[in-house]
Design a protein around this ligand. Structure first.
Ligand SMILES: NC(=O)c1ccc[n+]([C@@H]2O[C@H](COP(=O)([O-])OP(=O)(O)OC[C@H]3O[C@@H](n4cnc5c(N)ncnc54)[C@H](O)[C@@H]3O)[C@@H](O)[C@H]2O)c1
Ligand SMILES: O=C(O)C(=O)C[C@@H](O)[C@H](O)[C@H](O)COP(=O)(O)O
Ligand SMILES: [Zn+2]
Length: 345
C-alpha cells in the first residue's frame, strides 16, 4: 500500500509524471470552494487537459445530494472506465469523490490529492470511502483503493489553524494506538513542527501497516477507530445543529478522552496514563460544551456504529499507551458516564 503513496514537496511533479505515463481517456478534477481557490492553481500546471467539478465545502455537503450532482457531471462529461477522477481536497472530497468513483459505472479510476492535514495523515490512506446519511457518519460507502495518493505538504500553508488541529487529532490517535515513543516526545511539544513531511510520513506508515494487515476491517483495523465510537456520536449529534457543528478531529479528541476514561474503568489504563492523554489533548483543543440533557441522545447515536454487532456496542480501548484492543463491549450507560466524566474535567 505504501508503494502507491507519494509524500513530499516533489509530489505535484510526481503527479505530473504519473499522468504523462498513463493514458486516461478523460480526466476530471473534483474540488470544493476552498480547494478550488487555494490548491487547484498549484496543481493545474501539472495536469493534461481536464474539466473541473466544484462542490460546496464542509461535512454537511458530504451527502447523497452532492453525489447526485457529481454523478450527473460525470455522466454529462461521458466519463468511461478508462477515465480518471482526481480528488483534490480534504477528507470530505476524498471520501465522497472516492465513493462516487467507486460506484460510477461500477468503478472508475481515482487518485487522491489530499489537501488537509487530516486527509494527508489519515483519510487518503486505506480505501475507506463514503458519505453521511441521515446524519450518520460514513453510513453509505465502499472500500475502494485509489490508483495513487500524492501528498504535498505545501498545501498546509493555506489551511486554517482549526483544520490543522483537527488533523492533528488523528496523528495523536495513531501515536496512542501504536507509537508510545512518539506520544511521549510530542506530548510536551504540541502541534508545532517545522517538518510536516516527517510527521505525515510517520502517521501514514502507522495507518498503512494496520490497513495492510486487515484492509476490510474484520479485526485489527478497528484500532484505527479509537475515539470514534463516542466521537462520531458527538459529531453526528452536532452536525445539523446550526452553528454547533464540530470538525471531525475536534469530536474525535473528545472521543479519545472518553474512551481513555472507559479504558481506565476496565483497568486497561492507569490514572496517570489517562491524565497524560487528557493534558496533551487539552493543551491543543478547547473544551467542548456538552449539555447534560443532550447526553442520552448523543450516546444513543453510537448504536449505529459500524463496529457493533446487532445492538451490542463494540469499542476500541487502550491497553497502555501505544497499544489498542478492539471489540470491547460497552453499554449506553458507559458512554453516558464517559461524557459526564468529560464534562467534569
Ligand atoms: N476515509 C478515511 O479513512 C477517513 C479518515 C479520517 C477522516 N475521514 C473523514 O474526513 C472528513 C474530514 O476531512 P477534513 O478534515 O479534511 O475536512 P474537509 O475536507 O471538510 O476540509 C476542511 C476544510 O478545509 C478546506 N480546505 C481543504 N484544503 C485546504 C487548503 N489546503 N487550504 C485552505 N483550505 C482548505 C476545505 O474546503 C474545508 O472547508 C470527515 O468527513 C471524516 O469522516 C475519513
Ligand atoms: O481508516 C480507518 O479504518 C479509520 O477508522 C480511520 C478513521 O479516522 C476515519 O474517521 C474513518 O472514516 C472512520 O470510519 P468509520 O468506519 O467509523 O466510518
Ligand atoms: Zn477519523
Amino acid at each position: 500500500m505504501f508503494e502507491n503513496i507519494h509524500i513530499g514537496e516533489d509530489s505535484l511533479a510526481a503527479l505530473g509524471e504519473f499522468l504523462k505515463n498513463r493514458a486516461f481517456d478523460k480526466m476530471v478534477v473534483l474540488t470544493d470552494d476552498n480547494t478550488y481557490i487555494h490548491c487547484y492553481p498549484l496543481v493545474e500546471p501539472f495536469l493534461p487537459p481536464h474539466r473541473v467539478i466544484k462542490v460546496k465545502s464542509g461535512e454537511i455537503h458530504k451527502n447523497l445530494q452532492t453525489c447526485e450532482h457529481i454523478w450527473e457531471e460525470l455522466t454529462d462529461q461521458q466519463l468511461s472506465r478508462w477515465s480518471l477522477l482526481l480528488n483534490l481536497g480534504g477528507g470530505v472530497i476524498g471520501d465522497m469523490g472516492g465513493f462516487c468513483a467507486g460506484v460510477f459505472k461500477r468503478g472508475i479510476y481515482f487518485v487522491q490529492i489530499p489537501t488537509t492535514l487530516l486527509s494527508q495523515v489519515d483519510a487518503s490512506v486505506g480505501g475507506k470511502t463514503g458519505i453521511d446519511f441521515r446524519g450518520f457518519k460514513n453510513h453509505l460507502g465502499v472500500f475502494q483503493e485509489p490508483l495513487k495518493v500524492f501528498i504535498y505538504p505545501g498545501f498546509l500553508q493555506t489551511l486554517p489553524l482549526a483544520e490543522l488541529k483537527s488533523g492533528y487529532a488523528e496523528i495523536i490517535k495513531h501515536w496512542l494506538i501504536r507509537k508510545k515513543e512518539s506520544f511521549d516526545t510530542q506530548k510536551n511539544i504540541g502541534l508545532l513542527t517545522d517538518d510536516w513531511t516527517s510527521l505525515i510520513t510517520e502517521s501514514v506508515g502507522i495507518k498503512a501497516e494496520v490497513v495492510a494487515a486487515d484492509p476490510l476491517e474484520k479485526g485489527l483495523r478497528k484500532i484505527l477507530n479509537f475515539g470514534h465510537t463516542v466521537g462520531h456520536a458527538l459529531e453526528t449529534y452536532r452536525l445539523e445543529k446550526p452553528g454547533q457543528a464540530l470538525l471531525h478531529g475536534e469530536a474525535i479528541a473528545v472521543g479519545m478522552i472518553c474512551e481513555s476514561y472507559l479504558s481506565q474503568q476496565r483497568g486497561l489504563l492507569t490514572p496517570d496514563e489517562v491524565m497524560q492523554i487528557e493534558l496533551f489533548i487539552s493543551s491543543v483543543y478547547e473544551k467542548v460544551e456538552i449539555a447534560p440533557d443532550s447526553i442520552p441522545a448523543i450516546a444513543a447515536l453510537a448504536l449505529q456504529d459500524k463496529k457493533n454487532t446487532g445492538s451490542v456496542i463494540k469499542c476500541t480501548l487502550l491497553q497502555g499507551i501505544g497499544n489498542a484492543v478492539y471489540d470491547q463491549v460497552i453499554t449506553l450507560a458507559d458512554i453516558q458516564d464517559s461524557l459526564h466524566y468529560y464534562r467534569s474535567l
